[in-house]
Design a protein around this ligand. Structure first.
Ligand SMILES: [Fe+2]
Ligand SMILES: [Fe+2]
Length: 367
């Protein structure tokens, strides 16, 4: 049997890793063994071992050709040279052919790896090219590497830790929430009492997007960040929030100057999403920007976050039918939620509908 060793920091494991492993399994055949390391060379601190192990387990559980080895995680040394990992598997599977999967950036540095010639002697090296890195032909030839078809993403784990993107399997997303890893402590601290609401909106947004064939990870981030602007109360200490007030006054050419007080936080949310969470994706920013008032001609993510915010099960009324409507058909469901919001849930909307964005939204969808 062919055994493909896939080592890495997996901090955290993401869909890029899964795709890389799937591609190797498809092109070579056999089993891919994920071997997470305790720490990576470039980082001294990593998520706790038990969490790392569990996240890999959750990410690979649905794939028959994947397995997990905790050889490096349970090793007495913090850093295990690849040659020892390879020898471990050679001893464990004496009759099998051992492959070692690396990314394109590592392939170019491979001549600097400790025991590089031995590694290439004992295992067949597989390289998964990286989008932004030109492969060194010299190393490919010297170490007899097999270059796989496909492209590895370079920045996914860093972006995930920063919450700029979360291209990770949903069970891992849930695990990160449950165990307060990576970006969660920052969100908890920011939101305080509102954390349960935004967490619930994020998960609801994820499910609605997924059910309607849209990018669920993007919807999740927008859902989690939609109320960032509620952190501050501008009316109290205006002098402390000079930058925010300046942003509000100049944002989008003054378009939002006359928003009613309750809706100001949707614009401020954009300011904090950019400044504190480094979000640049215009789709996510606009979903935050119109989540409170709505707008005309809204796109899928704007509709999802607007609706998920109103029908969040934590709000304390039975929103199950509205949730069902959103799950079944985003466009029709949105109109149903908008109607319900105006007629029943928030009668205030009739008064506050006087803001130009809600008026436009009502004219566009309900008339
Ligand atoms: Fe809000
Ligand atoms: Fe909200």
């Amino acid at each position: 049997m062919k055994r493909i060793i896939f080592g890495g920091a997996f901090d955290p494991i993401h869909n890029g890793h899964i795709n890389m492993a799937l591609s190797a399994a498809k092109q070579i055949g056999g089993e891919v063994i994920f071997v997470p390391s305790k720490v990576s060379v470039w980082k001294t601190k990593s998520v706790e071992i038990k969490h790392k192990k569990r996240m890999v387990e959750l990410a690979i559980k649905d794939f028959d050709c994947f397995s997990l080895s905790d050889f490096e995680l349970t090793h007495k040394d913090n850093f295990v040279y690849s040659i020892f990992t390879i020898k471990h598997f050679l001893e464990k599977y004496p009759d099998d052919k051992i492959f070692y999967l690396i990314g394109g950036d590592q392939a170019n540095k491979f001549h600097l790896w400790k025991y590089c010639d031995d590694i290439a002697k004992f295992a067949q090296i597989l390289v998964f090219p990286r989008k932004d890195v030109k492969l060194s032909k010299k190393n490919v030839d010297r170490f007899n590497m097999i270059v796989l078809d496909g492209e590895e993403r370079s920045d996914a784990s860093v972006n995930i830790r920063d919450f700029k993107e979360i291209d990770i399997p949903y069970p891992v997303i849930q695990y990160i929430e449950e165990h307060s890893l990576y970006y969660i402590p920052k969100l908890k601290e920011w939101y305080g009492d509102r954390y349960n609401h935004v967490r619930s909106v994020a998960n609801l947004s994820y499910q609605i997007a997924k059910n309607n064939g849209f990018n669920p990870q993007k919807a999740y981030i927008a859902g989690f960040l939609h109320d960032l602007g509620k952190k501050v109360h501008l009316e109290k200490n205006e002098s402390e929030y000079k930058d925010e007030i300046k942003f509000l006054n100049t944002a989008y050419n003054g378009q939002f100057k006359n928003l009613p007080p309750y809706a100001v936080h949707q614009v401020l949310g954009v300011y904090y999403a950019k400044k504190e969470f480094y979000i640049e994706d215009p789709k996510i920013l606009n979903a935050i920007l119109y989540h409170c008032t709505g707008n005309e001609n809204m796109n899928w993510i704007e509709k999802i976050v607007y609706a998920a915010d109103k029908i969040d099960p934590c709000r304390g009324y039975d929103s199950s039918k509205l949730i069902q409507a959103m799950m079944e058909d985003l466009d029709k469901g949105f109109v149903t939620v908008l109607k319900a919001n105006i007629d029943y849930i928030n009668p205030k909307m009739k008064i506050t509908g006087s803001n130009e964005f809600t008026n436009k939204c009502i004219d566009y969808y309900l008339k």
